[in-house]
Design a protein around this ligand. Structure first.
Ligand SMILES: [Zn+2]
Length: 128
């Protein structure tokens, strides 16, 4: 679902995240050759991107969901998915920068998912 960019912030690892008008967000990384977005490092260019449409995967997921959007487990599921993606991408990029082959980088990315710190994810979720 197309949503407009309303702003940008950095996550706790320093990666840029686009804020969308639906209230969701989307990571915007500049990590060539996987993601080539040199404009992210310029405040002027980020301001120029305000109002531009991006696909919101979370809105797509909610629209297609069999389970109601307010299901009590949805926040946890979304947090785990987000953390798994972050850990896999970070491990993959680190492996490639360290000179590992594609297969080695994938192994490390999968290891990062296998060793996710679930307590840490749950600690960051607001109590409800
Ligand atoms: Zn959304």
């Amino acid at each position: 679902m197309k949503r407009n960019i309303t702003g940008f912030h950095r996550d706790r690892l320093g990666d840029w995240v686009a804020d969308l008008d639906c209230g969701h967000s989307r990571h915007m990384r500049h990590n060539p050759p996987l993601a080539n977005r040199p404009w992210l490092n310029s405040e002027t260019e980020r301001i120029r991107m305000l109002g531009v449409e991006l696909d919101c995967q979370t809105c797509d997921d909610l629209a297609a969901a069999r389970v109601p959007a307010n299901h009590p487990g949805r926040r946890i599921a979304e947090a785990v998915r987000g953390e798994a993606l972050r850990a896999a991408v970070e491990a993959y990029q680190h492996a490639k920068m360290s000179g590992l082959c594609q297969e080695g980088a994938w192994d490390l990315a999968l290891d990062a998912i296998k060793h996710l710190d679930l307590d840490s994810i749950l600690d960051r979720l607001p109590e409800s």
